[in-house]
Design a protein around this ligand. Structure first.
Ligand code: TA6
Length: 296
């Protein structure tokens, strides 16, 4: 762990130079470098607030127990902030484990925990349920795996949503195609949350995009840059994927989104379970996450 207080972060580096950095604040991955450490794969705003006073604009914020604005009734009460409390809570670092394989198959796993007792007073009041989260970040030579384990530690069942709000770093949004979502139904939050069916099997981004693709049949969403495969985002036990780019106006409107034209250098491919709610009975566990492969 380096740093102190709310800006503490854990850094792990493979012998071949790949690295990952995780803030204890929100267990937010803020950097993942592949290619011997030469290629940064995550976008981080130049004005990202990293002192624990606001969710990080970039990297991989962890969204739990609600995605988007909380509903007015039910467990995830309206008192919760947008995207829940996980990304703005201080997590504990539970430890690191390495798997020594051949030179290429080394990997380092970092574990983080967030429990009821670690919540702020207002989060606890907004979501008075006993739970435990263990979030594992595994760095391998060409991939980053991030998986959450949700446990119901209370006496009653509860329901939650979960999403990994991944900001992928790209060179130029006008050269990006996103594949793997063809013929999938999505809710278009730019068009009044109306439901549509994805006609083209390859998606380009030419304006603000904010779509929740639901119940996607196959588990990989691919990002192609300038005709070359750049990322594969593979879902594990999560059925939905949000595609988001704020574009010009929204980028300008976010104080912590900088530089303003950086919407050209990022695209959010966010895997999650956000359609409806995951229900956990007392003592039950849910596990889900993603593996992002850097193909550069
Ligand atoms: O993931 C897409 C989204 O839900 C957008 O609607 C936008 O609100 C984005 O998340 C960022 O939300 P934030 O609370 O981080 O500003």
């Amino acid at each position: 762990i380096v740093g102190s207080g709310s800006s503490s972060k854990v850094i792990a580096t493979l012998p071949s130079g790949e690295s990952v950095e995780v803030l204890l604040f929100g267990a937010t991955v803020t950097s993942w470098k592949s290619n011997g450490g030469k290629t940064e794969n995550l976008w981080l705003s130049e004005k990202a607030v990293l002192d624990g006073s606001k969710a990080v604009r970039g990297g991989v914020p962890v969204v739990f127990p609600v995605f988007g604005p909380p509903p007015k009734e039910g467990h995830a009460t309206s008192a919760l902030p947008q995207h829940g409390f996980a990304r703005t809570s201080r997590w504990e670092f539970l430890g690191k484990s390495t798997s020594e394989g051949t030179a290429d198959s080394n990997s380092i796993k970092l574990d983080f925990g967030l429990y009821t007792k670690g919540l702020s007073e207002e989060a606890r009041k907004a979501w008075p349920l006993d739970f435990g989260l263990v979030y594992s970040v595994t760095l391998s030579k060409d991939s980053l795996q991030t998986v959450v384990n949700v446990r119901n530690e209370g006496e009653t069942s509860f329901e939650f949503q979960f999403l990994l709000h991944t900001y992928l770093k790209i060179q130029d949004i006008s050269k990006i195609a996103i594949n793997g979502l063809g013929a999938v139904e999505y809710v278009d939050k730019v068009l009044d949350a109306t439901t549509h069916k994805q006609s083209d099997s390859s998606i380009t981004v030419t304006g603000e995009v904010d779509r929740v693709y639901k119940s996607i049949p196959q588990d990989t969403t691919s990002v192609v840059e300038d005709g070359k495969p750049r990322f594969d985002v593979v879902r594990d036990n999560l059925q939905d994927t949000v595609l988001w780019n704020p574009w010009i106006e929204k980028a300008k409107a976010m104080a912590d989104f900088s530089p303003d034209d950086a919407y050209k250098q990022m695209v959010c491919v966010e895997v999650g379970a956000v359609q409806g709610w995951q229900k956990l009975e007392k003592g039950e566990v849910f596990e889900g996450g993603q593996t992002i492969k850097s193909l550069l």
